[in-house]
Design a protein around this ligand. Sequence first.
Ligand SMILES: [Zn+2]
Length: 470
Amino acid sequence: MDRLVHLDLKGAPPQITYLEKVVPLVASWGATGLLVEYEDTFPYWEPLEGVQSSSSYSKKDVQSLLQIASGCQLIVIPLIQTFGHLEFVLKHNQWSYLREVERFPSEVCPSCDDTIPLLETMITQILTLHPDSPYLHIGCDEVWEMGHCSNCKKTEMKREELFLRHVTRLAHCIKTIQPKIVPIIWDDMIRTTDPQLLKESGLSECVEIMVWSYGETLNFPPGMWERYGKTFGKIWVGTAWKGASGVDALLPNVNMHIHNHEAWMQLLQSETAFSSFTFQGLALTGWSRYDHYAVLCELLPVGLPSLALCLGTLQQGSFSEWLHSSVSRSLGFREVIPLDPLPRHVIVEDLNQEESFPGSEIYLAVLHLAGVHHRTLELKATMVFRGWFHDYNVQRKFINPRHVELILHQLTELNESLEKTRKSLGESLKQYVKAEAEWMGCNVEPLSRELSCLLSSARELVLGPPAPST
Ligand SMILES: [Zn+2]
């Protein structure tokens, strides 16, 4: 059974020097492969050069990643979207005419003559740099807009038919480029599709499906497994170890991710549901952002303890206190890895940095930052803040210094704590990921501006206006 760790490079792509340290660790935790989602970080070349973002990898970087993985006996499966979630291509003027809906950049029109040649070029380039991959994941999830444009309407096909026609065309195109490659798709667009329609389309003969669910409980439409059982011989499943518990989450909800893996293991062990399939393996997804236009969620270094626990849960068959403490010890935690998503009140230096995991200083700094965010919200919810420091009163200087002094004291402490965190993050983040400015701009700067503004109001009210600068 393969255990693929998903590297979502479309947000905060890790430096190759960081992956050199992380990939062997992930292999030692029980991974057997990597599912690498490049999006706009792949080093596309002509005629697709414009697709690359400023934080894309070079061809040499991709080769280095493959070498690192191969040195750890990990297979690498590239993932490239080919239907929905094509914002990274369709946002560019050069390709925007291929959108299904002119004003939305996500879905490509499956009926336009130029669509398949464009996707074929993308796939050829990806496969050229991954000559040994046995599979290619072609995405195809969340294709919300279908059948709107005049080309698609002319076909008089239903949404399901348009979807199946596009995916089977792509699968045949991949076979022509590289006959040994097996395409994989996310399954969510066909969960309620009639098995007869699936069979007639030929889809089941040319792709394997990856059934995903990331919550603590797994919810699927009634009869889905029976329908899949009549259609597909081989299936994969998709779990999550980060990036599935909040679009702007700083820290993963480790409890939720462990329960997600336990729920999948229980389902996979229930013979009735899975007796008709060959179960190929799992992809443990670790999302960096929900889509191209979303903000970043948890950073890779911050998610590593969750990944270690999820892989451990799969290896052991269940989560236990023993697993929790042994994984925690191996990652250098003095206590156990916190499973609670909410930051703790008292931040303690709970990692032995000397024996810890690569990027642990980022993990600690983000834990501190989450604490500052949390304590700021708590301060704003207090009776003193709501009752005696309202913006209306502050603007009119209608305040009692006795109350504002208390608030000033707490704001000063929060601001100092934030500045300390900003300093340590600013120094170390660049070593690990390429999106330091975006992450700081979303997670540190707005809070810093808010605290500075509140602090200067409180200071002025208690101590009087600052002396004029000369
Ligand atoms: Zn169309």
